[in-house]
Design a protein around this ligand. Structure first.
Ligand code: 2IT
Length: 444
């Protein structure tokens, strides 16, 4: 495989799509060896075929705000690859959303979904709609207008969207209501639904729970107990909430959360009602964490990120490239033991390189945060069977899936000196499954 040639060709076709190119480069540079071992991949141009999405839908989303003014946003769905199962992946509503971001997320989703052991292909979608400061009625009208276009491209056996940044239970409810009305079916086309209409127990917590199950296993392979360890978390949404709950339950101490306005340092630990308060913060739609400091007497550090704290474990839970080389160096200098990306592509390539060079336990998002989409897969199964599993049943399955992902990473990522390169392990394991499926199905 000639990575340089593939990258040059991609760069010329998709100029300036930096996140997308970054995600592709990371995967290609870690599968070189396995590619050499399978000459049939080269002949079938698996890499060249895999890096381009199957198709992209772009549409206009006009809607009317509370003042009666017309707003126009852009909507997208990127159907990346469905070799192993129907397209599956979240919707992101955020002002930063563009095709580069959705293509990177869709590409990551292919391998993440393959790792879950469930039959799901990769997709992503969303809009540059900014939920910050919007009323409930505005969010509803936007979601309805968005679905008015999206519904033709999705289906419970073809493409199953879910939430991501800016899309939680409320948004999924409005989107689902409109889909149901337009398609006249009620077969669970979205995941992350409320329990009353086909949602799964544990889905809201799943990304954070799964992330902690994975991190605990990473630490265990190195003979380290998570109990008593300090954790820096970024973000304050659904994912950070689930991660903080499970980390606390495991006996670790979470000392930070963060938002676009800065970070909170709570040296007493973010526990109990303080964790639940994160949900309240999100519901205000103001996208700030400062009120936490006032409410609980913690420190608020404006315009900075929590990676400058001295902690044992760092868990990015916010967004892509939120932890850079400088942050990585600071964490390593302060003795960090483990970094687990619960956000998608939370670390920059330079930061990852530094962690791996220093033999720090580093878990990539497509493995660490796969518990979210895995539980979406379990929601799809329950919908298809017309049953609901108990929280214990779902949690047990989630735990098993995270263990299986961890085992795959170790199998393909263990180096001669015993260090596990989880990035390589996750990429190789995910890639192999998809590549073999593509090989078996011919050139399509
Ligand atoms: O990044 C992700 O895996 C998600 N936002 C969840 C996707 C899903 O289909 O549940």
């Amino acid at each position: 495989m000639n990575i340089e040639k593939i990258m040059l060709s991609l760069e010329s076709k998709h100029k300036g799509e930096t996140e997308y190119l970054q995600a592709v480069h990371e995967v290609l540079s870690t599968i070189e060896q396995i590619y050499k071992e399978h000459p049939e991949f080269e002949k079938a141009k698996i890499a060249e075929r895999l890096v381009e999405p199957d198709r992209i839908f772009t549409f206009k989303v006009p809607w009317v705000d509370d003042r009666g003014e017309i707003q126009i946003n852009l909507g997208y769905r990127v159907q990346f690859n469905n070799a192993i199962g129907p397209y599956k992946g979240g919707l992101r509503f955020h002002s930063s959303v563009n095709l580069s971001i959705l293509k990177f997320l869709g590409f990551e989703q292919i391998f993440k979904n393959a790792l879950t052991t469930l039959p799901m292909g990769g997709a992503k979608g969303g809009s540059d709609f900014n939920p910050k400061g919007k009323s409930d009625a505005e969010v509803m009208r936007f979601c309805q207008a968005f679905m008015l276009e999206l519904w033709r491209y999705i289906g419970s056996e073809t493409d199953i969207p879910a939430g991501d940044i800016g899309v939680g239970g409320r948004e999924i409810g409005y989107l689902y209501g409109m889909y149901r009305k337009l398609a006249r079916v009620n077969t669970g086309v979205l995941t992350g639904k409320n329990l009353e209409f086909g949602g799964s127990l544990i889905r809201p917590e799943a990304t954070g729970f799964g992330g902690l199950y994975f991190v605990k296993q990473m630490l265990e392979t190195a003979g380290i107990d998570i109990k008593g360890k300090t954790i820096a978390l970024s973000g304050f949404g659904n994912v950070a909430w689930g991660a903080a709950s499970k980390a606390t339950e495991m006996g670790a101490k979470v000392i930070s959360i963060s938002g676009p306005d800065g970070y909170i340092f709570d040296e007493n630990g973010i526990t109990g009602e303080k964790i639940d308060y994160l949900l309240e913060l999100r519901a205000t739609c103001n996208d700030i964490v400062e009120p936490y400091a006032e409410k609980f007497g913690a420190k608020f550090i404006p315009d900075r990120r929590p990676w400058e704290l001295k902690v044992d474990i760092a868990l990015p839970c916010a967004t892509q490239n939120e932890l850079d080389e400088e942050d990585a160096k600071m964490l390593v200098k302060n003795g960090v033991l483990c970094v687990g990306e619960i956000s998608n592509m939370g670390c920059t390539p330079e930061a990852i390189e530094h962690f791996i060079e220093k033999k720090i336990l580093y878990g990539p998002g497509k493995a660490v945060n796969a518990g979210g989409v895995a539980t979406s897969g379990l929601e799809m199964t329950q919908n298809a069977m017309h049953i609901s599993w108990t929280a214990e049943e779902v949690d047990k399955k989630l735990h098993q899936i995270m263990s299986d992902i961890h085992a795959q990473c170790v199998k393909y990522g263990r180096e001669q000196d015993g260090y596990v390169n989880y990035m390589k392990g996750a990429n190789v394991a995910g890639f192999l499954k998809v590549a073999k499926a593509m090989m078996a199905q011919g050139v399509i």
